[in-house]
Design a protein around this ligand. Structure first.
Ligand SMILES: CC(=O)N[C@H]1[C@@H](OP(=O)(O)OP(=O)(O)OC[C@H]2O[C@@H](n3ccc(=O)[nH]c3=O)[C@H](O)[C@@H]2O)O[C@H](CO)[C@@H](O)[C@@H]1O
Ligand SMILES: C=C(OP(=O)(O)O)C(=O)O
Length: 438
């Protein structure tokens, strides 16, 4: 079993470039299935396990997908299968994002239910409610969801009970080929929604209002392939911001977009971190003394749940009591137990965690419980006495490209080793990119 070994204490310095966003590229790849003519070319694609998974789902459905040099070519102009079996969907929840495109193009989709995961039950009822409003018949049984429409979908007015990112994306992708106008109210406003809308519009769709709470879509007869460059990953950017803050470092995070990180920047500044835009990126300088704060996760533009565990690692270092309240997912505190192994003083109270700081963290053997928890444990390790060993790296590889190599490049004492203790230099996602640690 591979593990990452971090020895705390080094101040990080230098610059690092963030990748294209995982949560933007996954829906863009599924949207490329909507093109009945031409090829789509997607650039600045992160070489991640999740990207390999979604590519395999598309290939299973008969699309031609090539992935080289952070660029994906998709040709979906031939007839596609309208099914996605459990073997594929279980690896990654975002596979449900094939539902909207398949339903829009073929009036049919039969896809395994994604099920729950370590951060909560994560139902897809809002996606299905949207499809039904557009005229699809929905049947759920034997672990599958089957959608069937008579002819073309019909544009509809859809109000989302909560601004679900996935439901907004799926309904948007279904609506672009529907007859007439669709209005999605209380839609998610995340930058990844805007990125998807931009890609759809390049394909010939008519989507307006993405990034606001009302999205309007005028259905068109057909769509064609398009070229698209993926927006920078705001969660990877935020993770490096905390790496700098937690080590009292000074890092330039290139390609990071501060407009997408307002809530994170504002909280870090409150804690004493210095942050400013510089040369197409963000410079982050850690303070000598970190101050405590309270945070509540919320849909965008609120504080992102995907930054909750990393920020908690930083709060362990702050003077005073911090309270972190999670409102987006009902069970995203699994990492708290792992932090406690490192001597953290924290207590779960309902949907909040109370953190007493500062704690002199001690290196320990810990297991990643989900993707962002993996990053958070590494961050805590950067600030702990002695060695921290992090296992269950499959979670990390879903969403971070060579985090070990990048942190080592910034001066961290960190390495990834296999079961024989041999250094591992390449992402196990198995891409064409390898990052050398000197
Ligand atoms: C691939 C991707 O982009 N993943 C992101 C996406 O996940 P995802 O799209 O799954 O997250 P949602 O915004 O849909 O989920 C938010 C909340 O709504 C609930 N819900 C959602 C849909 C539904 O039909 N019914 C329902 O009750 C969920 O259980 C959760 O409590 O947004 C999350 C919230 O910012 C992020 O943490 C994930 O990293
Ligand atoms: C929860 C996440 O992703 P997913 O929705 O793919 O599980 C994440 O990116 O932190």
């Amino acid at each position: 079993m591979e593990q990452i070994i971090v020895k705390g204490g080094n101040r990080l310095r230098g610059s690092v470039r963030v990748e294209g966003a995982k949560n933007a590229v996954l829906p863009v790849i599924t949207a490329s299935m909507l093109a009945s003519e031409g090829q789509s070319v997607i650039t600045d694609v992160p070489v991640l396990a999740d990207v390999y998974t979604i590519n395999d789902v598309l290939r299973y459905m008969n699309a031609d997908v090539e992935f080289n040099d952070q660029t994906i070519h998709v040709d979906a102009s031939q007839e596609l299968l309208t099914e996605a079996p459990f073997e594929y969907v279980r690896k990654m929840r975002a596979s449900v994002l094939v539902l909207g495109p398949l339903l829009a193009r073929y009036g049919h989709a039969n896809v395994a239910m994604p099920g729950g995961c370590a951060i909560g039950s994560r139902p897809i009822d809002l996606h299905l409610k949207g499809f039904e409003a557009m005229g699809a018949h929905v049947e759920v049984g034997n672990g599958y969801v089957e959608l069937q429409a008579e002819g073309r979908l019909q544009g509809a007015k859809i109000y989302l009970d909560m601004p679900s990112v996935g439901a907004t994306e799926n309904i948007m992708m279904a609506a672009v080929l529907a007859k007439g106008k669709t209005v999605i109210e209380n839609s998610a406003k995340e930058p990844e929604i805007v990125d998807l809308a931009n890609f759809l519009n390049k394909m010939g769709a008519k989507v307006v209002g993405a990034g606001t709470e009302t999205i309007r879509i005028e259905g068109v007869e057909k769509l064609h392939g398009a070229e698209h460059n993926i927006i920078p990953d705001r969660v990877e950017s935020g993770t490096f911001m905390i790496a700098s803050a937690i080590t009292g470092g000074n890092i330039l995070i290139q390609n990071a977009e501060s407009d997408h990180l307002r809530s994170v920047i504002s909280k870090l500044e409150e804690m004493g971190v210095t942050i400013f835009d510089e040369d197409g990126g963000i410079r982050v300088i850690g303070p000598d003394k970190m101050l405590s704060t309270d945070i509540k996760t919320l849909p965008y533009p609120g504080f992102p749940t995907d930054m909750q565990s990393q920020m908690m690692a930083l709060m362990l270092n702050a003077y005073g009591t911090s309270v972190f309240t999670e409102t987006v997912f009902e069970n995203r505190f699994m990492h708290v137990e792992e932090f406690r192994r490192m001597n953290a003083k924290m207590k779960i109270e309902g949907r909040s965690v109370v953190i007493e700081g500062p704690t002199k963290l001690q290196g320990a053997k810990v297991a990643a419980t989900d993707l962002r928890a993996a990053a958070a444990l590494i961050l805590a390790g950067l600030n702990a006495e002695g060695h921290t060993r992090i296992t269950e790296l499959k979670h990390l590889d879903r969403g971070y490209v060579d985090l070990t190599g990048k942190l080592a490049g910034l001066g961290a004492d960190i390495e990834r080793v296999d079961e024989n203790g041999e250094k591992v230099y390449q992402q196990p996602a198995g891409g064409t990119v390898s990052y050398l640690i000197d």
